[in-house]
Design a protein around this ligand. Structure first.
Ligand code: PLP
Length: 379
């Protein structure tokens, strides 16, 4: 595997265009990246600051400090109903977790199933010497077990599941997750469960597929503090999985990053133990933003939204005769509004756009004014 084989991150084209336009002084409203408009709560920042002043500025154990790993084990027991011990937990940024988890289950020439549409999982599979095989989600963007069975081969080592889902906003039911778990366990296939948006659910409860196990055996559960606590810049996350796979992730960290910063871990442990109030405050705001975006999408006949059950993304289809990439570029140049084309998330994302509502209500409103004008010209 060579880095030449990798494509640029699909969302970066839009992000780079926005940066270039802003550098030219053009005012762009971006509902493209999934970065909350809120700053990290001051209480969490203060813990990191005090930790630095107190001398937490040295190398630490690559698995993570004992306090953050203990906080992770307690958190997943309470919130995710995952029965784990310290050996099952490692502190690692979610994006790196995706890569490291594929690396931890990889075998020479392996295949990994990834959702279509879905988050950016194909390049991490390629990076770990595997072949990404896309499985289509159902019409309502739920799991389609027949499709998954069809795409499974003797080389399939892992399947990626993402609920609540980016970009579709779908939250999978317990029954479909259980069916998937039973199928994978019967075949010895690892499940990588990306639960980055576990705290942002509006119409359903979030179920962790790892909760079906007596102890982690086939499921590697991936979490981040980025979205729950508005901590995207901290690079704070963790994996809970089978001990031998977590050991492999640790080996990867030892040879690459060495360890994450201890003051980040100290603040993360605090957030996991004491931060439920922040999650609730942020979620109350997202509930308002979700409603605002829904109301505004309803004013545009060309858009056909599906219900956002979780995450902070809407993924409407549209009737205009343009590819999603052309539409996104035209919207950006004509109205100075940035969103992401559905095809950034795989071929099944065609004829969809992803609109993020993690920004302020004012920005959502202004962007939707631009979108309304854009579509009404093409009606
Ligand atoms: N997984 C999903 C589904 C995401 O949407 C994101 C970020 O947007 C990540 C993982 C990566 O999270 P982090 O930025 O905390 O590494």
């Amino acid at each position: 595997m060579f880095l030449d084989d990798l494509k640029e991150s699909a969302s970066l084209e839009m992000v780079n265009l926005v940066l270039q336009m802003r550098a030219r002084g053009e005012p762009v409203i971006s509902l493209a990246p999934g970065d909350p408009s809120f700053n990290t709560p001051k209480e969490i920042i203060e813990v990191a600051y005090k930790s630095m002043l107190g001398g937490d500025t040295h190398y630490v154990y690559s698995y993570g400090t004992p306090d953050v790993r203990e906080a992770i084990v307690r958190k997943v027991a309470k919130k995710n109903r995952i029965k784990a011990s310290l050996e099952n937990a490692i502190f690692v940024t979610a994006k790196t977790s995706v890569f490291a988890s594929f690396a931890a289950v990889a075998a020479r020439g392996y295949e990994a199933l990834i959702p279509d549409p879905g988050y950016f999982y194909s390049e991490p599979v390629i990076l770990t010497g595997g072949k990404p095989v896309r499985y289509k989600l159902s019409k309502s963007f739920n799991l389609d077990l027949d499709e998954i069975k069809k795409k499974t081969t003797p080389k399939t080592r892992a399947i990626m599941v993402n609920t609540p889902s980016n970009p579709t906003g779908t939250v999978f039911d317990k029954s479909e997750l259980k069916e998937l778990y039973d199928f994978c366990a019967s075949k010895g296939i690892y499940i990588l469960s990306d639960e980055a948006y576990e705290d942002l659910v509006y119409t359903k409860d979030h179920v962790s597929i790892g909760s079906f196990e007596k102890k982690p055996r086939y499921v590697l559960s991936i979490y981040t503090l980025s979205k729950s606590y508005s901590m995207t810049g901290w690079r704070s996350g963790y994996v809970v999985g089978p001990e031998d796979r977590v050991e492999r992730i640790n080996k990867l960290l030892e040879h690459t990053v060495t360890c994450y910063p201890p003051f980040i871990m100290r603040a993360s442990a605090y957030a996991l133990e004491k931060g439920q109030k922040f999650i609730e405050q942020f979620k109350a705001e997202y509930v308002k933003r979700r409603k605002l975006l829904n109301d505004r999408m309803d004013e545009i006949p060309a858009l056909k939204p599906t219900e956002v059950e979780g995450s902070f993304y809407a993924f409407p289809s549209y009737s205009t005769r343009m590819s999603s990439r052309d539409l996104s570029l035209a919207l950006l140049s004509e109205q100075k509004v940035a969103i992401l084309p559905g095809t950034a998330f795989g071929p099944a994302g065609e004829k969809h756009i992803r609109i993020c509502f993690a920004g302020s209500e004012e920005n959502i409103s202004k962007a939707m004014d631009g979108m309304k004008a854009f579509f009404s010209k093409r009606a």
